[in-house]
Design a protein around this ligand. Structure first.
Ligand code: NDP
Ligand code: 2IT
Length: 468
C-alpha cells in the first residue's frame, strides 16, 4: 500500500492510530507473503493506541518501527544423509528479534510448515511474552522445515548435528539461547547440545530444556502446561470460581497438552479431549491419570497416533481431522473451559461461535496464537475469561529462564522450588495483565493488559539504550 493510500484509509483517525496503521502497512509491504507475521503485528499493535496516546514519545522515537524489524535474520542450508543414503536438504532459520531486555530467547520448531514468516510471528510474540515473565530475556525463534515425525533416531540426530554446525556460530549463553517448540523435545535438544559442545568445546547453558542430568531444570517439561493452568486458575479466581469439576477441552497431544491435562487433574477438573494432526479423541468419561500415562508412552516413546486411544479405552470416540470451516470438530463439544495446545490459528471464528454456543466460560491459550482474529473478537465481546498466549503460555520460557539461572550458578533447585517460582511468575504475569487492563480502562481484558505491559517494558529498555 502506498503512503497516499494509507493516508486515505486513515482519514478521520488521530495521529496515533494513523501511525499504527502506517507501521502495519509498512510491515505488510516489506514482508510480503508472511500472513502470520502480519496477523501477530496487527494483534500486538492494535491495543497499543491507548499507551501511545498517553506517552507520545513512543511514537516520536519510532519505537514500533524499530520493534517490527528483527535485529537479525539468519537463514542457512542444512544438508544431511537419510537412512537410505539419500542426500536431503532442509532450510534452517534463527530470527533474532529483540535483545532489548536480555539475550535472544525462544524455541526451535521443526515442522514442514516452517518458513521465515511463521518464525517472525513466533519471534515477535516471544519478545512481549518474555518481557511479561519478569526475567531478563530478549526474544527470538528458529527452526527448520525438517519433519522429525516418521524419521529414525539416527536421522533426527544427523539432522540436528548438521543444523547445529551452522547455528552454533550465532548462539551462546550470553547471546541467544534456543529451546524446544513443536517437533523439538528433549531428544532433539540432546542431539543439538551434544554437537554444540563438541564444536565449541564448551559445556554451558546455551540451550534450555536439557536433560536433568546434564544441566536441565526440574519442571521445565511440565512448565508450559502447568503455567497455563495456573493462569486459568487465577482468571477463574477473579470471578470467585475454580477448576473443580470443570469439563475441559484440550487440543494437541504433545508437550503442552500432556502437562495441561496433568495439572487439570491435580486441580479437580475433567479433561475430555486431545488431538493430533490426524484427528481428535473425545472421552466423555474423562482422561484420568492412568490414561494420561498411556498417552505419554504412546506419544513420547512409541511416537504413535492419538487414534489408538479410542481402540484402547471404552467409551472414547475418534474423529478424523477435516478440511474447510468445520476442520476442527473438537471445538463443537459443549464445555466449560478450552485449552488450545496444538498450533496457530486452530480456532476459527466459526469454532469460536460453537464454543460460545456450547457454554464455554474460559479460553486459556497453551499454543501460540491459536485463535484467529475473528475468534478473539468474539471471546472479548462475549465477556468470557480469555487468556492470550503471550501471558498464558509464558510458563515454559519462564522456567527456561530459571534453567539459565541454575546453569549460571552451577546448581539445581529442587522440584518444589522451581514449581513455586513458576506459580509465582504466572501470578505476577496475571497481576500485570489485570492491573494494566484496569489502568487503560479495559478491566478484565487480558489482551489489552498483556500487550501493553509487555510493550512498555521492552520500549523503555530500547529508549534507555539509544538508537541501536
Ligand atoms: P509438540 O511437538 O510436543 O506437540 C504438538 C502437538 O500439536 C502434536 O499433538 C501435533 O500433532 C499437534 N500439531 C502440531 N501442528 C499441528 C497442525 N498444523 N495441525 C494439527 N495439529 C498439529 O509441541 P508443543 O506441545 O511443544 O507445542 C504446542 C504449541 O504450544 C505450539 O503452538 C507451541 O508454539 C506452543 N508452546 C510451546 C512451548 C513449549 O515449551 N514447548 C511453550 C509455549 C508455547 P502431530 O504430532 O500429529 O503433528
Ligand atoms: O513459545 C515458547 O515460549 C517456547 N517454545 C518456549 C521457549 C523457551 O525458550 O523456552
Amino acid at each position: 500500500m502506498s503512503v497516499s493510500q494509507i493516508a486515505v484509509k486513515s482519514r478521520g483517525k488521530n495521529v496515533t492510530s494513523r501511525y499504527i496503521d502506517g507501521v502495519v502497512e509498512h510491515v505488510k509491504t516489506k514482508n510480503p507473503g508472511e500472513p502470520e507475521f502480519h496477523q501477530a503485528v496487527l494483534e500486538v499493535l492494535t491495543p497499543l493506541v491507548a499507551v501511545l496516546e498517553r506517552h507520545p514519545h513512543y511514537r516520536t522515537e519510532k519505537v514500533l518501527d524499530r520493534l517490527v524489524e528483527p535485529e537479525r535474520v539468519i537463514v542457512f542450508r542444512v544438508p544431511w544423509v537419510d537412512d537410505n543414503d539419500e542426500i536431503q536438504v532442509n532450510r534452517g532459520y534463527r530470527i533474532e528479534m529483540s535483545s532489548a531486555i536480555g539475550p535472544f530467547k525462544g524455541g526451535l520448531r521443526f515442522h514442514p510448515s516452517v518458513n521465515v514468516g511463521l518464525l517472525k510471528f513466533l519471534a515477535f510474540e516471544q519478545v512481549f511474552k518474555n518481557a511479561l515473565t519478569t526475567l531478563p530475556l530478549g526474544g527470538g525463534k528458529g527452526g527448520s522445515d525438517f519433519d522429525p515425525r516418521d524419521r529414525s533416531n539416527g536421522e533426527v540426530m544427523r539432522f540436528c548435528q548438521s543444523f547445529m554446525v551452522e547455528l552454533q556460530r550465532h548462539i551462546g549463553p550470553f547471546t541467544d539461547v534456543p529451546a524446544g517448540d513443536i517437533g523439538v523435545g528433549e531428544r532433539e535438544i540432546g542431539y543439538l547440545f551434544g554437537q554444540y559442545k563438541r564444536i565449541r568445546n564448551e559445556f554451558s547453558g546455551v540451550l534450555t530444556g536439557k536433560g536433568l542430568e546434564w544441566g536441565g531444570s526440574m519442571i521445565r517439561p511440565e512448565a508450559t502446561g502447568y503455567g497455563c493452568v495456573y493462569f486459568a486458575n487465577d482468571m477463574l479466581a477473579s470471578r470467585g470460581d475454580d477448576l473443580e469439576n470443570k469439563v475441559c477441552l484440550v487440543s494437541g497431544s504433545g508437550n503442552v497438552a500432556q502437562y495441561t491435562v496433568e495439572k487439570l487433574l491435580d486441580l479437580g477438573a475433567k479433561p475430555v479431549t486431545l488431538s493430533d494432526s490426524h484427528g481428535l479423541i473425545y472421552d466423555p468419561n474423562g482422561i484420568d491419570r492412568e490414561k494420561l500415562a498411556w498417552i505419554m508412552e504412546l506419544k513420547n516413546v512409541r511416537r504413535g497416533r492419538i487414534s489408538e486411544y479410542a481402540d484402547t479405552f471404552r467409551g472414547a470416540r475418534y474423529t478424523r481431522a477435516k478440511r474447510g470451516t468445520d476442520r476442527n470438530p473438537l471445538w463443537a463439544i459443549p464445555t466449560d473451559c478450552a485449552f488450545p495446545s496444538a498450533t496457530q490459528n486452530e480456532i476459527s471464528e466459526d469454532d469460536a461461535k460453537k464454543l460460545l454456543d456450547g457454554g464455554v466460560r474460559l479460553i486459556c491459550e497453551g499454543a501460540n496464537m491459536p485463535s484467529e482474529p475473528g475468534a478473539v473478537e468474539l471471546f472479548t465481546r462475549a465477556g468470557i475469561l480469555y487468556g492470550p498466549a503471550k501471558a498464558a503460555n509464558a510458563g515454559g520460557v519462564a522456567v527456561s529462564g530459571l534453567e539459565m539461572s541454575q546453569d549460571a550458578l552451577r546448581l539445581n533447585w529442587p522440584r518444589e522450588e522451581v514449581d513455586a517460582r513458576l506459580k509465582g511468575i504466572m501470578h505476577a504475569i496475571y497481576e500485570q495483565c489485570s492491573r494494566t487492563a484496569d489502568e487503560y480502562g479495559a478491566p478484565g481484558d487480558y489482551v489489552v493488559g498483556a500487550n501493553i505491559a509487555g510493550f512498555v517494558k521492552v520500549a523503555d529498555a530500547m529508549l534507555d539504550q539509544g538508537v541501536v
